[in-house]
Write a protein that binds this ligand. Structure first.
Ligand SMILES: [Zn+2]
Length: 197
């Protein structure tokens, strides 16, 4: 296969990119000069090399502990549990939350066999024991299996001495992913969070 076709078939695997878009991106790249292509190439190569999974929260960052966990200006008494780093980045870009996060590292969907693993549950337990937050916000995506995920999390949080457990209020559509929520919807979901325990 020639390099152009190979690039197109690689780009086609990107989320939301079909054959047409893949071709358009490939032709766009062909028009760039060599230093720019090398810069892009090393950025992509650096994703695995220069980024670390935070040993405290599971976020991905150029440093461990991550830039959020080691930020002295973040409120350390509130912990927001999200499914993945995409959901975390949606919160961060919205700029509506100043506490810490815990990244579960993937969707919990027992219906499709993706239950919260023992390791993930233990990682969360350790984080909470270390941090001792006064509030834990559960920000997993609301859906049928999402609700099972939520009970799984409640199980983990039982006996953790957390004073207050809340869950996002949903203006979000059921089954709608947090990743697609706009800032206003996400903000009202956070403001309207209700206490569970
Ligand atoms: Zn972190």
């Amino acid at each position: 296969m020639d390099p152009l076709n190979e690039l197109v078939s690689s780009l086609k695997k990107f989320p939301g990119i079909g054959l047409k878009s893949a071709r358009r991106i490939a032709y766009y790249l062909m028009r760039q000069d060599t230093p720019e292509l090398e810069r892009l190439g090393s950025l992509i190569a650096g994703l695995k090399k220069d980024l670390y999974t935070c040993s405290q929260c599971g976020n991905v960052s150029p440093q461990d502990p991550c830039t959020i966990c080691s930020d002295p200006l973040r409120k350390k008494d509130t912990l927001c549990i999200v499914e993945d780093i995409e959901a975390l980045s949606v919160f961060e870009q919205a700029g509506i939350y100043n506490g810490l996060y815990h990244v579960l590292g993937g969707r919990i969907s027992p219906a499709s066999g993706n239950d919260l693993s023992d390791e993930a549950a233990e990682f969360l337990r350790q984080h909470i024991m270390k941090l001792r937050p006064s509030e834990v916000i559960i920000a997993t995506t609301p859906r049928i299996e999402g609700d099972i995920a939520y009970y799984t999390l409640l199980d983990v949080l039982q006996g953790s001495h957390v004073k207050k457990i809340t869950r996002l209020a949903y203006g979000l559509p059921l089954g709608g992913s947090i990743e697609f929520a706009d800032r206003v919807t996400l903000h009202s979901a956070l403001e309207g969070r209700r206490q569970i325990m």
